[in-house]
Design a protein around this ligand. Structure first.
Ligand code: AMO
Length: 438
C-alpha cells in the first residue's frame, strides 16, 4: 500500500508487519558505515528511510540528493525520527536520478541563501520545506479570500488582461503587439470589475495577475503581481468597503492561523488575531500625514509630506502602540493622488482609502464615479480627453449603481504575514526589470 511521509507513525502503529510503499525526493543521506539513513521528502513532509545495505542503483551508482525514488519496507516506531517512525527499507527503486552537482542546496539553511540564487533555481528552491511553506500560506489566502466573498454572494469573474489602455497611471504600461496594433497588459481589472457591477452582477471578485511597468527595483514592487480584486454595488462610501475588507482579512488571518500552523512556525510568524482586525483604526489622510511627520521628527528624521513608505511604517507603529493592531486604514485621500474614476467627497478629497499592514500598503480602494456626466466633467482635471475615454465611460451610460471596491496585493499580504523582506520571495516566478526566467 502506498502511504505519505506524514502517515508513517500511523502505519507503524495500526499495521505493524505490513509492508508499505513511499515515493518522493532524496532530501538527505547519512552514511553511518553499515547502515544508511536517507531522508525522503514528499508533499506531506519528511520520512526517515533505513537501509542496511548501501542504497545503490541497478548500475551500482550511489544515490544522489534530490533523485526521485520509491521505497518499499516495514514501518517501525522510532521516537528520534521525524514523525516518530521510520521505514526499514526492503526494496529501492531509483525512478529519476538527479545530477550529482546541485546548483542549489535544497536541505541547506534558507536564511543563508541569496534571493537571486533562490529565484534562479526555483524548481529546486521550492523543494526547501521553508520556501514551499510560503506558497502553502498563499494558497490558503486565496482560498479564504474566495470562500468569504462567495459566502456573501459575490460572483467570481475572470477578465481579459489585454486591454486598450491604463487605469492606474499612464506611464506604467506594458505594450503588446496585437496583430496590426498595440494594446496593453492590464494594470488592474478596474474597468471590467466595474463593468460587471454595472452589468447587473452587483458583487464580483477576481484573482488574477496585474502588470505594472515600474522601472525601479524595490522590495515592495513586482512587474507582475496577483491582484485580489473586489467590487460591489449600492455602497454609500468607502467606509462600507473598509468594513468588508476588515471582515475579509479577519477571515483570511483566521484560516491561515488554523491551516498553516506548521508553515508559520518555520518562519516564526503568525497572522494577526482576527479580533484585532475589527478594531483597526481608520485615520483621515491629512491627519495621517501630520502624525507620520511628527513621528519622523521625534525619530530624528525630516518632514513627511505624503503617505510614502516611511509614513506607512510610522502609521503602523502608531496603530500597534495605540490600538494593538497590525492594520490601519487611511481614508479621504486628496483628489490629486487618486485615479480619474474615484468618487470625490468634496472639492479636494475622495471617498478612497489604503490599508497598511505591518508597515506596508497592502490594498487600495474607494467608491467610484457612477454618473456619466460627472465622470466626463472630471476627466480634464486628470489631463484626460473625454473622446479618448469613451470605452471606460460606456460602463456608466446605461444605468450604473453607486459602487466601489478595492484590491489587495497577494504577494504583499503573504510577505507581511510571514515577515519576508522582499515581495519577490512571495512570487513563484517573479518578473522584475531584469528577470523573465525561469
Ligand atoms: P493600486 O494600484 O494601489 O490600486 O494596487 C492595489 C494593491 O495592489 C498591490 N500592488 C502591487 N504589488 C506588487 N507590485 C506592484 N508593482 C504593485 N502595484 C500594486 C498593492 C496595492 O495596494 N484599481 C486599484 C484598486 C481599486 O481601487 O479597486 C488599484 O489597482 O498591494
Amino acid at each position: 500500500m502506498r502511504i505519505l511521509a506524514k502517515d508513517i507513525a500511523e502505519a507503524a502503529g495500526s499495521r505493524p508487519g505490513e509492508e508499505v510503499q513511499v515515493f518522493g525526493w532524496v532530501h538527505r543521506i547519512r552514511d553511518m558505515g553499515g547502515i544508511t539513513f536517507v531522508m525522503l521528502r514528499d508533499r506531506s513532509g519528511l520520512l526517515q528511510l533505513v537501509f542496511n545495505e548501501k542504497p545503490l542503483d541497478s548500475s551500482g551508482a550511489p544515490l544522489t540528493l534530490e533523485s526521485v525514488i520509491g521505497a518499499r519496507g516495514l514501518p517501525a516506531v522510532n521516537e528520534k525520527a521525524p514523525g516518530g517512525a521510520e521505514l526499514q527499507v526492503k526494496a529501492l527503486e531509483i525512478i529519476s536520478r538527479a545530477a550529482p552537482e546541485l546548483p542549489y542546496q535544497v536541505n541547506g539553511d534558507v536564511s543563508k541563501m541569496g534571493l537571486e540564487t533562490i529565484l534562479d533555481n526555483r524548481i529546486l528552491s521550492v523543494r526547501s520545506p521553508k520556501i514551499r511553506s510560503i506558497f502553502n500560506v498563499q494558497a490558503v489566502i486565496i482560498e479564504a479570500f474566495s470562500a468569504c466573498l462567495r459566502s456573501r454572494d459575490f460572483t467570481e469573474i475572470k477578465t481579459s488582461k489585454l486591454v486598450w489602455g491604463g487605469t492606474e497611471g499612464g506611464t506604467e504600461l506594458f505594450e503588446v503587439e496585437y496583430f496590426d496594433r498595440k494594446v496593453c497588459l492590464a494594470q488592474s481589472p478596474q474597468f471590467y470589475k466595474e463593468a460587471m457591477v454595472a452589468g447587473g452582477m452587483e458583487r464580483v471578485f477576481e484573482v488574477a495577475p496585474a502588470y505594472r511597468a515600474e522601472k525601479h527595483d524595490t522590495p515592495r514592487h513586482l512587474n507582475e503581481y496577483v491582484s485580489l480584486d473586489v467590487e460591489m454595488a449600492f455602497i454609500e462610501s468607502e467606509k462600507d468597503l473598509i468594513e468588508l475588507e476588515k471582515d475579509l482579512l479577519s477571515h483570511i488571518f483566521a484560516e491561515v492561523n488554523r491551516k498553516n500552523r506548521a508553515d508559520l512556525a518555520l518562519w516564526n510568524a503568525s497572522a494577526p488575531d482576527p479580533d484585532t482586525v475589527a478594531a483597526s483604526p481608520v485615520i483621515g489622510y491629512e491627519e495621517a500625514v501630520k502624525l507620520a511627520s511628527e513621528m519622523a521628527g521625534k525619530a530624528g528624521g525630516g518632514r513627511i509630506f505624503d503617505i510614502n513608505p516611511e509614513a506607512e511604517r510610522f502609521l503602523c507603529d502608531w496603530a500597534k502602540k495605540e490600538y494593538s493592531c497590525d492594520l490601519v486604514f487611511v481614508n479621504e485621500f486628496p483628489r490629486r493622488y487618486r485615479p480619474f474614476y474615484t468618487y470625490p467627497s468634496d472639492a479636494n478629497r475622495t471617498m478612497s482609502f489604503d490599508s497598511l499592514f505591518r508597515g506596508l500598503e497592502i490594498s487600495t480602494g474607494g467608491r467610484r464615479q457612477h454618473s456619466y456626466e460627472a465622470f466626463i466633467e472630471t476627466l480634464p482635471r486628470f489631463g484626460l480627453k473625454p473622446e479618448n475615454m469613451q470605452n471606460y465611460a460606456s460602463l456608466l451610460q446605461y444605468g450604473c449603481p453607486p459602487h466601489g471596491g478595492f484590491a489587495v496585493g497577494l504577494e504583499r499580504l503573504t510577505a507581511r504575514i510571514l515577515g519576508l523582506a522582499n515581495v519577490k520571495e512571495a512570487s513563484l516566478f517573479p518578473r522584475d526589470r531584469k528577470r523573465v526566467t525561469p
